[in-house]
Design a protein around this ligand. Structure first.
Ligand code: GCW
Length: 720
């Protein structure tokens, strides 16, 4: 009786069980879970993966082979042997000449470059095989990861023919990690670098970090915070960085360090750090030589100078180009580079913070050494939920530029808010600078297609910490993943990337993937709506940037205050960046500047970024600006409620652990979206002096209540 009941229960459970439901997981495996495939795709893969053939060996080939073994063990249930002789029914890793020797001709090596690959189904020794071909071992490693991914996604293997090569050379993570393991703007625990125990003890996590990054094509990592301390350049810490470099090397990942500009004074006991001083030049040269002795493939330096109190060349009345070239000349003999940040947020900021980087850097176009690349944040202020693209893209045709995105969500709800950044990356990269006719998109500027450039690249401020799931939530992992995909191909589709990530992280079941991808794709706009709609920016609370603080207007520097950014008064709201204001619109190419000069031809999503407009200004919807603002806040909150409903329907497809975490985080996000909406409306209605549109609920509390909220110990905030 009991047995029969059990059998019936199991049978019905089997009927209900969704395809490939994820097993209980803590998120550590990221998107590299390699779950067992369903019968048909498993058989198709097994028929072509009876062995792994590596025609030559190297540390990189060894890790590629190990990954294929690991992947196949998961996907098919058996890890095949590794052979050095060609045979069929195998996954074959071959350079182009090796493939030719196997009789696999007609493979054009040129499009593969140094890091690209091609995956083809061919017959080897009379049997079907999956052949990964590349010019270099790095390409074979990337191809191995891609093949596993394609197999996992159910791609038909008999006709497979995929070619992929990165469009950018430098695909970097920037860790804002301090040597005490705190992480500036980090919301996923402590730094994964256990500096104290290095180099003696290397946490196995470092290897998994490298695997994860290699799987998405990241090839460089800056280990320490751009707000750098001198100790990173001491022998003790160089030895620690060298240990990490040794671990990352097989994965084709180079190590870089943030350099403190004043180190020659602090470590070298020189009287100055003036870039034109020969003793300073000699000090950096010696330091570079020392670094390259320890790390022969050291990537180079990342520099934040004369920004937010950091030392820099302007302390000596030298330009940023002189500062950059000082370091560039020290690393040039070793093949190193300098990545020099254009995020200059200096003390004496005249009338518009958004103008500053362009005003400082534009005149220097053409003055940087060839091994310097200037790293420009995606927008002119600071990683806001939405910013128009930075006017320097398209503004420095003679200087290699790389884009800097923030993967960690300093201004986007920290770890808990579900905000998929793919649409943000896509929006910026697809923006047309009009710098060199139509189609001069930011993506194409970065790729060097608008003006030919030697160095190309992209940087992402990492969201990685020592939390078990690396990124503070499962959905934050998607932002790390998406960043890698965009750095590889800045023209990729955010939605396609979300699909891949969702399928690999949870399950390829379309009943799950469809709604999750829709939810992810709408999530960034939801955050914009409940935090800073219609072009508003920097309305976050002071310092930690957690929650709303639009009323803050008493801080020493004008541009520390949210009130400075919103410019709300009885006449209206928004920052006038036209000729009657700061004229920052003039920093864009003339064809674009003309459009942005007029509120009617400015995209509404950026309206208040560029214009101060009256509360009764008529929006395209027919509503007044004030009513439209309230509508956006409400829509943001409603969108989060919709995400909660979507997630609730997906419970059967997700393991309980990851389901519960996302469920709890969505509750927090909803509460905070309501808080943002209510606090913002409570404040701005004191300026607009207008009633809420019909049907809109009044804020739950009075303005005093919101203003009184304090958040000591908020994470990621330097100095607590
Ligand atoms: O986004 C701001 C952050 C600072 C950061 C700075 C920068 C590392 O609030 O914490 O400092 O930008 O990008 O340098």
């Amino acid at each position: 009786m009991f047995r029969r009941a059990m059998a019936a229960m199991l049978a019905s459970a089997a009927l209900l069980a969704p395809l490939g439901a994820a097993r209980a997981e803590d998120g550590y495996q990221l998107w590299l879970r390699y779950p067992r495939l369903a019968e048909a795709p498993r058989a198709a893969l097994a028929a072509r993966a009876g062995a792994i053939v590596a025609l030559h060996r190297s540390p990189t080939i060894d890790v590629a082979v190990a990954e294929v073994q690991r992947g196949l063990a998961g996907l098919t249930g058996s890890a095949p042997a590794v052979l050095s002789q060609p045979q069929g029914n195998a996954i074959v890793l071959a350079t182009v000449p090796e493939a030719a020797r196997l009789g696999i001709g007609g493979l054009d090596a040129a499009p593969l470059g140094e890091e690209g690959f091609r995956i083809v189904s061919r017959s080897v020794a009379g049997k079907p095989a999956l052949v990964i071909v590349a010019n270099k071992d790095a390409g074979l490693l990337y191809g191995a990861f891609r093949l596993l991914e394609l197999a996992e996604m159910g791609t038909p293997l008999d006709t497979i023919d995929v070619t992929s090569a990165p469009k950018l050379q430098l695909r970097m993570l920037n860790h804002w990690d301090n040597l005490d393991r705190s992480v500036e703007r980090g919301y996923a625990g402590q730094s994964i670098w256990d500096w104290w125990k290095l180099p003696g003890y290397a946490d196995p996590r470092y290897t998994d970090y490298a695997r994860a990054n290699a799987s998405i094509g990241i090839n460089g990592t800056v280990l320490n915070n751009v707000n750098a301390v001198k100790e990173s350049l001491t022998p003790r810490y160089i030895a620690k960085a060298a240990k990490l470099a040794d671990i990352f090397r097989p994965y084709h990942i180079r190590v870089y360090l943030s350099a403190r500009f004043s180190a020659p004074i602090e470590l070298g006991h020189l009287k100055t750090a003036d870039p034109l001083d020969p003793a300073v030049q000699a000090w950096w040269k010696d330091k570079a030589d020392e670094l390259y002795r320890a790390i022969p493939d050291f990537g180079g330096f990342l520099v934040k100078a004369n920004s937010e109190g950091q030392p820099g060349p302007q302390d000596y009345h030298r330009t940023h180009a002189e500062g950059a070239n000082l370091l560039a000349r020290a690393v040039a003999p070793h093949g190193g580079i300098v990545i020099y940040r254009a995020f200059v947020y200096s003390q004496d900021n005249p009338k518009d913070r958004a103008r500053q980087a362009y005003d400082d850097f534009k005149p220097l176009d053409g003055q940087f050494d060839p091994n310097v690349i200037v790293q420009v944040k995606n927008g002119a202020i600071d990683f806001q939920p939405r910013e128009p693209f930075h006017p320097l893209f398209g503004g420095m045709p003679k200087t290699p530029l790389m884009a800097e995105f923030q993967i960690t969500k300093e201004y986007l709800g920290f770890a808990t808010h579900l905000v998929y950044l793919g649409p943000l990356f896509e929006e910026v990269l697809r923006s047309d600078t009009l710098a060199n006719g139509r189609g001069s998109t930011v993506a194409r500027v970065l790729e060097g297609k608008v003006a030919p450039e030697r160095l190309t690249g992209m940087a992402g401020v990492a969201n990685i910490g020592d939390d078990r799931d690396w990124s503070g939530s499962t959905f934050n992992q998607a932002n790390w993943y998406a960043y890698g995909r965009f750095a590889w191909d800045p023209e990729v589709s955010a939605e396609a990337v979300a699909r891949e990530w969702t399928a690999m992280t949870f399950t390829p079941d379309p009943r799950f993937v469809g709604p999750v991808v829709a939810m992810m794709m709408g999530s960034r706009e939801a955050a914009v709506d409940y935090m800073t709609p219609l072009g508003l920016a920097h309305q976050m609370a002071t310092g930690h940037h957690y929650g709303p603080g639009p009323w803050v207007g008493n801080l020493a520097r004008p541009d520390w205050n949210p009130t400075y950014y919103a410019h709300a008064d009885a006449s209206g709201i928004g920052f006038d960046r036209t000729k009657s204001g700061s004229d920052a619109v003039d920093q864009y190419a003339p064809a674009l500047a003309r459009l942005l000069a007029d509120p009617k031809t400015t995209p509404e999503r950026d309206l208040l970024w560029f214009h101060h407009v009256g509360w009764d200004y008529r929006m395209q919807s027919g509503r007044t600006l004030w009513d439209e603002m309230v509508t956006h806040y409400d829509r943001g909150v409603a969108d989060v409620a919709a995400m909660q409903r979507t997630w609730a329907t997906l419970r059967p497809y997700v393991d309980p652990e990851r389901y519960a975490q996302a469920e709890a985080f969505l509750i927090a996000q909803h509460d905070e979206a309501v808080w943002w909406r209510d606090a913002s409306i409570a404040w701005f209605s004191t300026k607009s002096q207008r009633p809420l549109p019909a049907g809109a609920a009044p804020p739950a509390h009075s303005l005093d209540y919101y203003e009184a909220l304090q958040f000591p110990f908020a994470p990621g905030h330097p100095g607590g």
